[in-house]
Design a protein. Structure first.
Length: 203
């Protein structure tokens, strides 16, 4: 009798949720979205993580991925809208779904998983400038260290809501904060090329 436990499928699940409005000043306001990742893939050093990103950072990520993988047609992002209404639940929900579909498609493309900027975007709260610098080896920490040094408490949605969240801490001044993992959308994805990746700290 075949032991199915010996064959363990790899998966990467991503969830974009919890939009939050941030008011910078009287004229400038933006929304950040929580990106939760759950995986057993060897491509990722951390198996669960949560970070917050804004739409402009998604635009930056797509351009960087396109520059580094010229032969791949990247999935599209939801269109930018100069008249985007921060008070419209419908518009926010539509954008959030579009961002999730974008990440799901990216994570199903094995070649893109070798890009250190993707890992920093998904599993560290570094700013765009710091992600760029880190990927180019211009920081005192590596890509793996930037990801590992931001420590947060994560919990699966199937657990009962009887545990209080532990305090979130970061071990590096470049980390802002990590937030609880509160939902997953499990979709199995196999990445055969992961074994060949030689990322700094990911290989």
């Amino acid at each position: 009798m075949e032991n199915t436990n010996l064959v363990k499928k790899e998966f990467i699940s991503v969830w974009v949720r919890d939009p939050q409005v941030h008011k910078e000043d009287f004229w400038n306001t933006h929304i950040t979205y929580e990106i939760c990742l759950h995986t057993n893939s060897m491509c990722f050093r951390k198996k669960t993580s949560c970070v917050r990103r804004r739409y402009s950072e998604f635009v930056w990520l797509r351009q960087k991925l396109q520059n580094n993988a010229l032969l791949i047609e990247l999935p599209k992002l939801p269109r930018g809208n100069p008249f985007f209404n921060l008070n419209s639940d419908f518009q926010i929900t539509q954008r959030m779904r579009g961002l999730q579909h974008f990440l799901e498609a990216v994570l199903q493309t094995p070649l893109l998983l070798s890009d250190s900027l993707l890992h920093l975007f998904l599993q560290s709260p570094l700013s765009i400038a710091k992600m760029d610098a880190c990927a180019q080896g211009q920081t005192h920490y590596t890509v793996a260290q930037a990801i590992q040094r931001c420590v947060g408490y994560t919990r699966f949605p199937v657990e009962e809501q009887h545990q209080e969240d532990d305090s979130k801490t970061c071990c590096d001044s470049d980390c802002e904060r990590c937030v609880p993992l509160s939902h997953y959308n499990n979709t199995p994805v196999l990445f055969r090329l992961c074994k060949l990746l030689k990322l700094d700290g990911f290989g």
